[in-house]
Structures are given as structure tokens and as C-alpha cells.
Design a protein around this ligand. Structure first.
Ligand code: MLC
Ligand code: AMP
Length: 449
């Protein structure tokens, strides 16, 4: 079966993909993407300037049709992050309608000439996407996802969420991560549902856009709860789905009260795709993410008192990081600490490392932000931690030993180099960092401060 099987359905579908500015029918999308795919012949890897728009859907679809690896680049990536992604991925072309996005790469415009010939389906084992995501140290790494892994995950979610061609998916998430791109774009193109992308995931736009399924990160759902009139508009939905970060129990309860339905919670990561979820036809339990999806197994390593390191295996896992040895077969350690109840229900307790921060559903490595701060000539030492934030889950908080410089200046300095959401929100200028006898910064102390 083709990866984007529904896109090849001979029956056209009006409004198959819509953003605030335009709407594409299924045949228009396929024609435009096939036209662009013809221009990618010979390339192995292409970058996509991944704005939250139907143009990004066309560009990623074209790369997938052509069997060329697509590297979505966050449109607001600062110069350092962008240069790293383009160099590390070896992208040969930049797909964008914005000439300023090209950098050193030849640009291929997305709105080209539609084409009737669709290329043959590539090998399912072939790499489809390279998604850049932060580790605890260093610059982001390219997670290589095969066509087979994407297909396996979308089919599992179709089963668990009873997601069919009768659905209309609504969301406004960014199109360079698993949530917005894999689930939020490739899902509809494989399963045949419509996609209405709202540009931004605001309560007002969700309320104003009719659909049966709505996707959001917990920050989105907490903002929906803070807008009760808009929240009540979502009573008409079939499913409200939350993921990418822990959904606080009070938000779960409030959303249930306002919309008349408890949200579906699901757990995943860039490297594994979505591996655990509650079901459309099953129980939804606050603070819990359900059971493994079909084709995925989980277990706890180093378990103590029922809590352990969550490991997963199955067909949805990545091939490895780009330019690094292939991932060993078998169990993958997620870096999340979890419990698995006797009934198989999973609860995500937290991250094993303090150096991966989740802010507004974005994963940010403390090391990457520290490295950016240390580029400032006035900065002598920097330590970055996630501290609790009522809206974002965690906020990026920097402790910096520096000569004459202000916090806002350092925030602006990072913003020029990395994506906007990686900026520290709080900068504490301190005389020294707390260190242990080995000289290692005591981040747990900073988190509690
Ligand atoms: C941000 N701002 C700052 C700042 N940081 N201003 C000054 N100093 C700082 N340090 C600015 C922003 O640019 C914005 O400006 C304004 O403040 C509000 O920012 P915000 O509070 O961050 O809100 P917003 O921009 O509305 O973003 C919230 C959000 C966003 C929820 C929409 O975080 C988001 O899209 N998150 C989704 C992330 C995601 O998709 N993750 C999935 C990963 S995949 P302005 O001018 O723009 O208003 C994955 C796998 C899985 O995890 O399981 O799904
Ligand atoms: P990313 O690689 O950006 O996809 O981030 C993956 C991380 O997000 C996971 O390792 C978890 O820490 C976190 N995460 C995703 N979904 C959930 C969830 N439903 N509950 C708690 N944490 C989550």
C-alpha cells in the first residue's frame, strides 16, 4: 500500500487540506505535489521551509512521492540552528516560496506547475523524514524515520482512535515535528480525513473551525479551558486529543466539564512516534496515557517500587540518528520514567534527565541553550534548567555568570541563534553556579531555587 494511500483515491475530495488562506482538493494537492516531485528528481535530501501552511503540506508530500528524504526546517530557526540542520542533513535543495529562506541552497518554489504523472511508490524501508530534535547536550540530532514506521504508527492510531475518512482533523500545530506533521498532516493523507489547519492553535480558531478531531499540546488545552465560551464550541467534536507533554489533571477535568468529554491522551517521542494511547472506545483516566498501541510493546527497566525507565519496541521506531551508527535492534530506552499498572495502564512520571526540557510541548536541550549563551563574549558560565510554568508546563530558566550584560540582552542573543521557543524566559545573573565536589553543576538545586 502507498504511504499516503488516501491521497491516491480516484475520488476527489473538496477541502482535503485547508489553511486560513487557501483550500486544496485532494486532486489539486496530488497534482501540485506530483509537479514538484518531478523537480526533485536526482536529489536524495531536500529541506522544507516548514511554515504552518498548506504550502508545507504540498512540499512534504512532493518529497514523499519522489522518495526523497524531507527535512522540515522550523521557519523561525535562528541562524546557528538553521545552519546546523542544513549542513548536518546534507540537504541539496530548499523547498519554499520565500526566497529569503534559501540560505546557500538552490530554491525550488512550491507553487510550481501541476503534473499528472505520479512517481512509483518507493521501498517502505526507505527513509522518509529527518526530524531534528534536541538531545541533552550539543546541537539537535536528525531522527531518521522510515516510510514503514510512519505507516505503522498511523495505522495503529487509526485503529485506536477509530480515525476514518469521515473525520475532519483540526489543529494549528507547527509542521516540523511529529505531532503536527506526522499525525497532523500525513495522518489525513493516509487515512482520508480532511485537514483544517488553523495557522496557530488558539482557542478562538479551534472554536471557529468545524471538525470531528482536534489535536493539541497541553498548553493549547489549558488555554482552551481559560476561554470557556470557545471550549463549549468543542462539544460537537468526536475526539479531543492531547499529547507531547504531560496533561495536568486539573486541565483534563476542566476540559471534560466544559466540552462534555474527557480528552484522549497519548504518549510518544520523535524517535518512537506515538507508542501508548487511550482508546476512542475505552476508558480515559486523568494522569494516564493508556496502553501500547497495536504493534508496540513496552517494559520498565531498573524498576524500583513500581517506577522504572520506560523502554519500547515495535514497528514505529526510528532507524537511527543521521550520520551516526544505525540504532541497535530491539528495545529502545525512551529517557522517560513511568509506571505500568497491573491493568497495563501507563503513567509518565517524568524525564530521567534534567537536561531535556518540555516547554509548550517543545523539547529543548539544556546543552544547546547553554552553548548559545556561552557564545556571548560577556558570559563566563551558564546552566539552563526547566522550571514549572502554569501555561507552558516548564519554562526555560538560565543561571548565568557574566560581566556587564542584562537578562533581556541574553534572551535576545539566544533568539537570534536558535528557534524562538528556545529563548530563556527567565535569566538569573549569579556570582557563581552551585557545583558538587567533582565540579559538576548541581542542576537539581537550581530547579528547586
Ligand atoms: C516566547 N516569547 C517570548 C519569549 N518566549 N518573549 C520574550 N521572551 C521570551 N523568552 C514570545 C513568543 O514569541 C510569542 O510572541 C509570545 O511570547 C507568546 O509566546 P508563548 O507563550 O510561547 O506562546 P505561543 O507563541 O502562543 O506558543 C504556545 C504554543 C506553542 C503552545 C502555541 O508552544 C506550540 O505551538 N507548541 C507546540 C509544540 C509541538 O508541536 N510539539 C510537538 C513535538 S512532537 P508572538 O509575537 O508570536 O505572540 C512530540 C511527539 C509527541 O512531542 O508526543 O507528540
Ligand atoms: P519529542 O521528541 O519532542 O517528541 O518529545 C518527546 C517527549 O515528550 C517524551 O520523551 C516525553 O517526555 C514527552 N511526552 C510526549 N507525550 C507525553 C505525554 N502524553 N505525557 C507526558 N509526556 C509526554
Amino acid at each position: 500500500m502507498r504511504l499516503l494511500s488516501a491521497l491516491h483515491d480516484p475520488a476527489d475530495l473538496e477541502d482535503a487540506v485547508r489553511d486560513p488562506d487557501r483550500s486544496l482538493s485532494r486532486h489539486e494537492l496530488l497534482g501540485r505535489a506530483a509537479g514538484l516531485a518531478a523537480e526533485l528528481a536526482g536529489a536524495e535530501t531536500v529541506a522544507v521551509h516548514a511554515t504552518a501552511s498548506a504550502g508545507t503540506v504540498v512540499a512534504v508530500t512532493a518529497a514523499l512521492l519522489a522518495g526523497v528524504k524531507a527535512v522540515p526546517v522550523p521557519p523561525d530557526a535562528g541562524e546557528l540552528e538553521r545552519a546546523h540542520i542544513l549542513r548536518d542533513s546534507g540537504a541539496e535543495l530548499m523547498l519554499s516560496d520565500d526566497p529569503a529562506a534559501a540560505g546557500h541552497l538552490p530554491i525550488v518554489r512550491i507553487t510550481g506547475v501541476p503534473h499528472g504523472t505520479v512517481p512509483a511508490e518507493p521501498d517502505p524501508k526507505a527513509a522518509a523524514l529527518v526530524l531534528y530534535t534536541s538531545g541533552t547536550t550539543g546541537p539537535p540530532k536528525g531522527v531518521v524515520l522510515s516510510r514503514a514506521a510512519l505507516a505503522a504508527d498511523l495505522d495503529a492510531l487509526a485503529e485506536v482512535w477509530q480515525w476514518t475518512a469521515a473525520d475532519t482533523l483540526v489543529h494549528g500545530l507547527p509542521l516540523f515535528h511529529v505531532h503536527g506533521l506526522v499525525l497532523g498532516v500525513l495522518g489525513p493523507l493516509r487515512l482520508g480525513s480532511r485537514l483544517a489547519h488553523t495557522g496557530k492553535p488558539t482557542p478562538q480558531l479551534y472554536a471557529a473551525t468545524r471538525g470531528s478531531m482536534y489535536f493539541g499540546v497541553p498548553t493549547v488545552w489549558s488555554r482552551v479551558c481559560a476561554a470557556p465560551a470557545e471550549a463549549r464550541e468543542l462539544r460537537r467534536a468526536r475526539l479531543l486529543v492531547s499529547g507531547s507533554a504531560p496533561l495536568p489533571v486539573p486541565v483534563f477535568e476542566e476540559l471534560k466539564a466544559l466540552t462534555g468529554q474527557a480528552p484522549i491522551e497519548r504518549y510518544g517521542m520523535t524517535e518512537t512516534l506515538i507508542t501508548v494511547s487511550t482508546r476512542a472506545d475505552g476508558e480515559r483516566r486523568p494522569g494516564h496515557v493508556g496502553r501500547p498501541v497495536p504493534g508496540v510493546e513496552t517494559r520498565l527497566a531498573d524498576e524500583s517500587g513500581g517506577i522504572g525507565h520506560l523502554q519500547v519496541r515495535g514497528a514505529t521506531l526510528f532507524d537511527g540518528y543521521l550520520n551516526q551508527p544505525a540504532r541497535p535492534e530491539g528495545w529502545y530506552t525512551t529517557g522517560d520514567v513511568a509506571t505500568i499498572g497491573p491493568d497495563g495502564w501507563h503513567r509518565i512520571v517524568g524525564r530521567a534527565s534534567t537536561d531535556l526540557i518540555k516547554t509548550g510541548g517543545y523539547r529543548v536541550g539544556a546543552g544547546e541553550v547553554e552553548d548559545a549563551l556561552l557564545l556571548h563574549p560577556a558570559v563566563r558560565e551558564a546552566a539552563v534548567v526547566g522550571t514549572p510554568h502554569p501555561d507552558l508546563g516548564e519554562q526555560i530558566t538560565a543561571y548565568v555568570v557574566a560581566d556587564a550584560v542584562t537578562g533581556p540582552e541574553l534572551t535576545a542573543f539566544v533568539a537570534e541563534r536558535l528557534a524562538a521557543h528556545k529563548r530563556p524566559r527567565v535569566v538569573h545573573l549569579v556570582g557563581e553556579l552551585p557545583r558538587n565536589a567533582m565540579g559538576k553543576v548541581q542542576k537539581a538545586t537550581l530547579k528547586r531555587a
